[in-house]
Design a protein around this ligand. Structure first.
Ligand code: ADE
Length: 246
């Protein structure tokens, strides 16, 4: 699963017995990768779009495992464009039911962070390490693009991802988020919603984000350029490593 069409482009080429099903304005590609029954879909942007799509994957298609790939804006100054973040905890930065409930807490769950299952984190680490140990990304992405974004040796980071219905494009907003939630590595618009639905239905999940921009004034140009030319190549190479197609 991804949020944008650009993030899943080309992945259907890995699938056998491909069929398309349209439901609720989403197209679900169903088939097999390496013999494993797989559904490929992009949800559209934002928490509602992501939550309804995951719910459909679970209740209509009966998925038993979910991998989400896509891009994120870097919040931690350590992150560079092209680095990969494996989410270990997810928070909705726009959840705020104060003064009734503490800021960021998920009503009735009594939880602020949702944690990815430990064994899924281990699987994710091993898939991304095997990707980054090779030249796969350098071979998939053109020299011009690598140079344009200054991508040399992409690295794997693990940690907190914040999600909400907001695109970050100012240093001011980025700093405000960081001040309130200092451990956040990156920001995007779907992960914590995907995590919540999976948590509620006991579905194991992995959420991986490639840094496409630095969630500040440069995002307005970096994000669309990364999405157009680079993000689907990351998704494809990441998924190949999960299915051990390399
Ligand atoms: N996804 C990628 N870049 C982002 C940004 N700057 N804000 C929110 N979501 C993003």
């Amino acid at each position: 699963m991804s949020a944008m069409q650009e993030e899943i482009l080309g992945l259907e080429m890995l699938m056998d017995d491909l069929e398309e099903v349209t439901l609720g304005m989403r197209t679900y590609f169903s088939g097999r990768i390496s013999g494993i029954r797989t559904i490929l879909v992009f949800s559209r942007w934002g928490k509602v779009a992501a939550a309804t799509t995951v719910t459909t994957l679970i209740l209509k298609f009966g998925i038993t495992d979910l991998i989400f790939t896509g891009v994120a804006g870097g919040i931690s100054p350590d992150l560079r464009i092209g680095d990969i973040v494996l989410g270990t905890r997810f928070i909705q930065h726009d959840m705020d039911a104060r003064p009734i409930i503490a800021q960021y807490e998920l009503p009735l769950h009594g939880l602020t962070y949702l944690e990815a299952p430990a064994y899924k984190i281990e699987e994710g680490i091993s898939a991304i390490r095997s990707l980054l140990e090779t030249r796969q990304l350098h071979e998939a992405i053109s020299q011009d693009e690598l140079h344009h974004f200054g991508i040399e040796h992409p690295r794997l980071f693990m940690g907190d991802i914040a999600s909400g219905d907001k695109f970050f494009s100012t240093e001011y907003d980025k700093q405000s988020l960081s001040r309130n939630l200092p451990a956040i590595l990156c920001v995007e618009m779907e992960g914590a919603a995907v995590a919540q639905v999976c948590y509620e239905h006991l579905i194991p999940y992995t959420i991986l984000r490639t840094i496409s921009d630095t969630a500040d004034e440069n995002s307005v140009s970096d994000f669309p350029a990364f999405i157009k030319n680079v993000s689907s190549k990351y998704s494809l190479e990441i998924i190949k490593n999960f299915y051990r197609l390399m």
